[in-house]
Ligand binder design. Structure first.
Ligand SMILES: Cc1cc2nc3c(=O)[nH]c(=O)nc-3n(C[C@H](O)[C@H](O)[C@H](O)COP(=O)(O)OP(=O)(O)OC[C@H]3O[C@@H](n4cnc5c(N)ncnc54)[C@H](O)[C@@H]3O)c2cc1C
Length: 411
């Protein structure tokens, strides 16, 4: 029987572990925390079947000027952090030219299209349907030009991929979400995405499915990973050292750090995000993206969750809650938000690769080492799909989509 150690129990590692276990592997899933307690816990919880084109880096001078002068809440940077980001950002900028972005999107659309069906298998087997809504999410606009641009982009997606959305007037929004006291000039309703009321709990439910299938979850530090002379991999856990034929690095934003030890330099654009819950106020029915203010307001088990846009911070840099504060001020004008639940906001990092595609495949220089990370702003969406792809690849099956664009060698 083949054996594997999967390092990292976020959505990506848990899904990989399940798909390997199903294919007859003996799998140990290792994390220093409970499953689904980092990035996969803190996101906006949207299974984004409409995100068929990954986020490019803005190229327009007006957008860049807004970022540079701090006029947008979508993206924020600290000058002192820029040297850490310069290399990956330049590559991201290069890949974001329209023709290159179109090529990347054509590839990306193939895996996004599988995202909801792949989650569906797991949701059903894990008995987690109570955590999922299948009614989409909404976008609120305040600026006519931005609204029209959004509709034009949505129309293009409808033509290319048959994506379904509705255009909402301000009074449509008011009717759909009576607790909103401001509905801007209306917005869009993406009809097909699914939303989770507790993303971390969904990952926990998948992790319980993995153990029911016979998998084993252990606490341990991935940094103890070492190659065994003569073949195989070993890692230290709280229950002692364990060994397996293969190891999968699924450590999300921590993956490049570990891989340096094995001689790899993966460039990553680290887009930090924050969230905080608010309770005892009004509640929305569906998540709402406030486009002009760059945040998502999502109804979650713990309350209304505000999830912020991207901050380019230095690794380990101090939290800067400017975006969250601005988002909270804007949200308080939309509805009665209530009181913050947590004393301190949560923060995490979207692990984005410069070409906007995750890394999936065999490590080029070590036998039995597999790489699976870099899902950027859609990892919660994509984990089950790419988990299946990596498990197919490791098991010698033909992956159900062409995975050559995701190969680690491109870096
Ligand atoms: C604010 C925000 C909003 C987002 N919204 C969405 C959304 O709506 N939809 C969407 O699809 N995506 C969204 N994302 C992106 C998504 O959350 C990530 O792409 C995804 O969670 C990445 O999953 P992962 O499993 O790769 O990483 P993680 O969930 O971070 O998992 C990595 C795991 O590795 C473990 N680990 C790290 N180092 C070690 C070590 N040394 N030893 C042992 N274990 C270790 C961690 O504890 C962690 O459990 C959002 C992200 C943010 C920040």
């Amino acid at each position: 029987m083949k054996s594997a150690i999967v390092l990292g129990a976020g959505i990506v590692g848990v899904a990989t572990a399940i798909h390997l276990q199903r294919r007859g592997w003996t799998v140990a899933l290792i994390d220093r925390k409970e499953p689904g307690r980092e990035t996969s816990y803190g996101n906006a919880g949207i299974i984004q079947s409409e995100a068929l084109r990954p986020h490019p880096m803005p190229h327009g001078w007006d957008e860049l000027a807004k970022i540079a002068t701090g006029q947008t809440n979508d993206v924020r940077y600290r000058l002192s952090a820029l040297p850490h980001h310069l290399g990956p950002l330049l590559r991201y900028w290069w890949h974001s030219f329209p023709a290159r972005h179109a090529r990347v999107s054509a590839v990306y659309a193939q895996i996004i299209a599988c995202a909801a069906p792949e989650h569906e298998h797991l949701i059903r087997e894990a008995g987690a349907a109570n955590l999922i809504r299948r009614n989409g999410y909404r976008v609120l606009h305040r600026d006519q030009a931005a609204f029209e641009a959004d509709v034009a982009a949505a129309d293009a997606l409808r033509e290319a991929y048959g994506v379904k959305f509705g255009i909402m007037t301000s009074s449509d929004l008011q009717q759909a979400e009576p607790s909103l006291v401001d509905t801007g000039i209306g917005g869009l309703h993406w009809l097909e995405p699914w939303t989770a009321s507790d993303p971390g709990e969904l990952v926990s439910a998948y992790a319980r499915l993995f153990t029911r299938l016979g998998g084993c979850i252990l606490r341990g530090d991935a940094r103890s990973l070492s190659e065994i002379n003569g073949g195989g991999w070993s890692v230290a856990t709280n229950d002692g050292r364990i060994e397996a034929e293969a190891a999968v690095v699924a450590l999300g934003p921590w993956s490049p750090g570990l891989l340096k030890r094995f001689g790899y330099r993966f460039p990553m654009v680290r887009k930090r995000g924050y969230h905080r819950h608010y309770a005892d106020g009004s509640r929305l029915d569906l998540p709402l993206h406030d486009a002009a203010n760059g945040y998502v307001l999502a109804p979650m088990t713990k309350g209304m969750r505000i999830a912020t846009g991207a901050e380019l911070a230095a690794p380990g840099g101090k939290p800067d809650v400017t975006q969250l504060t601005r988002a909270e001020q804007a949200a308080r004008k939309l509805l009665d938000l209530g009181r913050p639940v947590e004393l301190e906001p949560w923060l995490g990092t979207r692990p984005c690769m410069p070409d906007m595609l995750p890394v999936l495949g065999r490590a080029p220089r070590q036998r039995g080492l597999w790489l699976h990370f870099g899902h950027g702003a859609q990892g919660f969406t994509l984990g089950p799909t790419t988990g299946r792809l990596v498990a197919e690849l490791m098991s010698g099956e033909k992956p159900f989509v062409d995975i050559s664009p995701y190969c680690p060698e491109r870096y």
